[in-house]
Write a protein that binds this ligand. Structure first.
Ligand SMILES: [Zn+2]
Ligand SMILES: [Zn+2]
Length: 56
């Protein structure tokens, strides 16, 4: 079995932070988007590679 390493969609670091969150794209709902605690604090933008949605 292989398990993909979740990474922050904004800064690319692995999501091992306990404040990290993961959610589906609010636009298309198909893309799982991860954000680390740091980027949540910063309200960093994320980008859905499936539909092109950009947002906090
Ligand atoms: Zn991040
Ligand atoms: Zn999307």
């Amino acid at each position: 079995m292989s398990e993909a390493i979740r990474k922050c969609n904004s800064c690319g670091i692995p999501l091992k932070d306990e404040k990290a969150v993961e959610f589906n794209c609010p636009s298309c709902g198909n893309m799982s988007i991860g954000r680390c605690g740091h980027c949540r604090d910063q309200s960093a933008k994320y980008h859905c590679s499936q539909c092109g949605f950009i947002g906090p």
